[in-house]
Ligand binder design. Sequence first.
Ligand code: SAM
Length: 288
Amino acid sequence: MEARQEVLWVDRHVEVVMRAEDNLEFMQSLADESMKLVVTSPPYNIGKSYEARRPLEKYVQEQTRVIAECVRLLHPQGSICWQIGNHVQNGEIFPLDVVLYQVFRNYGLRLRNRIIWHFEHGLHCKKRLSGRYETIMWFTKGNDYTFNLDPIRVPSKYPGKKHYKGPKIGQRSGNPLGKNPGDLWIFPNVKNNHIEKTIHPCQFPVELVERLVLALTDEGDCVFDPYMGVGSSVIAAVRHGRKGYGCDTVKEYVDVAWERFNQLRAGELKTRPMNKPVYDPNLPNGGH
Ligand SMILES: C[S@@+](CC[C@H](N)C(=O)[O-])C[C@H]1O[C@@H](n2cnc3c(N)ncnc32)[C@H](O)[C@@H]1O
């Protein structure tokens, strides 16, 4: 299938722009305050195939330029979610959320949650504990921001629980739609046996972005990923009736993003469903 590089208006509400381009150039084409959500996972400066290792100070300067542009694009009620792990140098770790936090603060953004994303697979370290979480820094531009809790509620632990005293005695005490998912998120990371695995070495799972899209945007809003890889953020946005924008410097990744998008529109894209329990070898059929 011929992959497209430009703009596609799928219907009246759904617009998708994905381009093989450096993000600073791509962002020049986008209007001030047009994005309700900027969600991304940038390179960690650890020498992956798509990045050149450079001194940490230079990396922070580059991130600062990109973050400044993202702030320009951000809607007054919008959010920035920076999904990030550790920069590692000679076995010493530099947690990039700690390193970059002040950059976001300097642009007046306010941290609403530092979400821990826990997963179970990864490198087995020999001289320190194996890393099994990364973080998502969720910042807003102002105090009046979009936050929809109901679409991201998860099943309550004790759905039948009732008030045992007081005027509501005997009535259900929990929300019938489920509970707040909290700030510790457990999603399998995209390794070889994950249903979403593509040629990209470090995709994030679509279900992770779907939760952010549903909570932090409304239908018809614009979602942007400045380091979009194979388009996981755009997929999550379009699946829920939002407009998706993204760019990546590696054309092969952008081609795969368009293939995934076309599969989505054809109803053929396989992603791990939101709220599917994590496989548990101690339960029959892994708990599925
Ligand atoms: C951690 S990956 C993001 C993967 C993505 N979240 C996904 O699910 O596919 C970071 C991406 O940033 C891209 N990248 C690096 N520098 C860039 C730049 N200056 N402009 C745009 N993309 C860039 C890399 O090619 C890589 O695909």
